[in-house]
Design a protein around this ligand. Sequence first.
Ligand SMILES: NC(=O)c1ccc[n+]([C@@H]2O[C@H](COP(=O)([O-])OP(=O)(O)OC[C@H]3O[C@@H](n4cnc5c(N)ncnc54)[C@H](OP(=O)(O)O)[C@@H]3O)[C@@H](O)[C@H]2O)c1
Length: 340
Amino acid sequence: MDVLIIGGTGLISTGIVKHLVARGANVTMFNRGKRPNHLRHAQVQQITGDRSSLVELSMCARRPWDVVIDMICFTPEQAEADIQVFGGKCRQFIFCSTVCTYGIKSPANILVDETFPQEPISQYGRNKLACEKKFLAAHEQKRFAVTIIRPSHTYGPGAPLIDNLESDAVSWDRIAKGKPVLCAGDGLGLWVSTYRDDVGKLFAYAALNEKTFGQAYNATRDQHLTWRDYYRTVAGVLGKEARLIFMPAEWIWKHDQQRFGLLREITAYHGAYSSEKAKRDVPEFVCETDLATGASATFHDIRRRGAWRNGDSDRLYDIMINKALAIGMEPVILPWSSST
Ligand SMILES: NC(=O)c1ccc[n+]([C@@H]2O[C@H](COP(=O)([O-])OP(=O)(O)OC[C@H]3O[C@@H](n4cnc5c(N)ncnc54)[C@H](OP(=O)(O)O)[C@@H]3O)[C@@H](O)[C@H]2O)c1
């Protein structure tokens, strides 16, 4: 199986390439070569280029592919370019979308599955949905068979670990130092985090699996946590207890709309999904890494890269904590226990 992956050295794409290689596929990565490639292997080739240049993207279409996976298509224009370049040049096209295409409503049975209406609230979600529609139209026109995969929060080595507020969370340094941290609402929102190697398995084993042609799949593990348990578990990895101060989401993000954009657009809402359809059609998609194990591997990698975020000079965060304490909010202490 000859697979082209646009990206390949990123967070999720690293997990995909690992499993494709394990499947015996020949993998070609197309990227700018700005990031280190830790997956040096005889089965992995590289084409260097920028996908924003149609000429450079077209270098990939000098030969046919069994499967093309696009990890970094974010706009309908990029989707159009993919269809133009790879239409008739590959059997299957796998598009990495997102659960942000669903928006913020919850169904009566809580877990959002692929039948739930797609009503995104962010530009990111709206653009991904527009890309999905373009790829599905290309599928109907038989340009290639399309598979859409919608990850939710995916984490692992190579990237920071989010908290409830922001992508590169300062909380973990504060928790390590015994300081209180902020969490929105009552910390009872539902959340699911999936390790990148587990998400990678779904992409790798959807490749040339005909059941997935023309289909869309959520890509999440089954373990849903409240934010309280998320902090409690990650703090446990640091050998600490989480000391959470609960404040309204809007109060938090209004202190810095850009910095706390993750909270404003995504984590203020329930993020609970069903991936039963993916498990049914791609039985190899078995999520093996729990949050404690995955967070431990992620922190190890962050420290190895010297990318640990030190919160000592984070004045804004200190001001917010002091304001919350001044109005009588007290940290709720969540000791770690192995049952979480
Ligand atoms: N992480 C999550 O929680 C999450 C959740 C839902 C959906 N997603 C989706 O997952 C996808 C991200 O995949 P990922 O984790 O592998 O991405 P990533 O960590 O951002 O890595 C991006 C990859 O693409 C390459 N790249 C970036 N810009 C490029 C360009 N202009 N031309 C060619 N190559 C380029 C990068 O290498 P170079 O820099 O060397 O070019 C790298 O290999 C996105 O579509 C995102 O919407 C992620």
